[in-house]
Design a protein. Structure first.
Length: 252
């Protein structure tokens, strides 16, 4: 049987000419580092111990929290994205609808797509100074950037009831280091994601990706190593060491 090639992803490219740089991702599909206000707070990478082995780690105490973007929640609860029933892809929204969030990114050119996530979806929530490892058996993994599970149970129930009723699906916003990366950082939509899980429905995901991947910067990695490894539990520092060794080899 001849398999037809998948249709090209619907995408829109846009510039962030004067971004505040509050949110930045560096790296590639093999590993990346999320910086908030210039501080390294989360990393994810292949751990080098198997083709499907991955790890994620968090610095600091508690979740970073992206309170600056919370006022986008109302629009993202019903953005009007309609997915193709066969491919799951949807036409991405007008970037202007996300401008309050996009203005927080580092300046540059980005690509946006929208699609229903694959049914096999992993949620990764590394705790402070701990390394979370897993062997990937899914097509997509989301690293949380805020409290997980969310504490506002009523908000989760409202989203869950709306999802079960059908119609306009709420959307998550996820930042990826490259278009081919299977692991991204959940910038907005923690309550929505919890609601999707309770409803047993794969979520609608708006993907943001730098058009040109940003290489690791040596100075960021030096600060990240101090932040992540300072209190890492025994036995996990070896995995972090391997990851940072590879990152430094690729840094500029």
């Amino acid at each position: 049987m001849i398999r037809r090639p998948s249709p090209p992803s619907l995408s829109v490219s846009f510039d962030v000419p004067d971004g505040h740089g509050v949110i930045e991702v560096t790296g590639d599909a093999g590993g990346s580092l999320l910086l908030l206000a210039g501080d390294p707070v989360l990393l994810e990478a292949n751990d080098g111990c198997g083709s499907l082995g991955w790890l994620a780690a968090r610095a600091g105490t508690g979740g970073p929290g992206l309170s600056e973007v919370k006022y986008l929640t109302e629009w993202l609860s019903a953005p009007g994205l309609v997915s193709d029933p066969h491919t799951g892809q949807a036409a991405p929204p007008d970037p202007e609808c996300l401008r309050p969030l996009l203005s927080l990114l580092a300046s540059g050119r980005y690509v946006m797509t929208a699609a229903v996530a694959p049914h096999h979806l992993r949620v990764v929530h590394p705790r402070a100074f701990q390394v979370h490892g897993w062997y990937a058996d899914e097509e997509l993994a989301l690293v949380t950037t805020d409290v997980w599970p969310p504490r506002d149970h009523r908000a989760v129930r409202r989203y869950r009831d709306r999802i079960r009723a059908g119609g306009d699906l709420p959307a998550l916003v996820v930042l990826f280091p490259t278009a081919g990366s299977g692991v991204g950082y959940l910038l907005d939509g923690h309550h929505k994601l919890a609601a999707y899980e309770q409803a047993g429905v794969p979520p609608m995901v708006i993907r943001l990706t730098p058009q040109v991947p940003r290489p690791f910067r040596r100075e960021d990695l030096d600060r990240a190593w101090a932040a992540f490894s300072d209190r890492a539990p025994r036995g996990q520092d070896a995995a972090l060491g391997r990851v940072f060794s590879c990152m430094r080899a690729e840094s500029v």
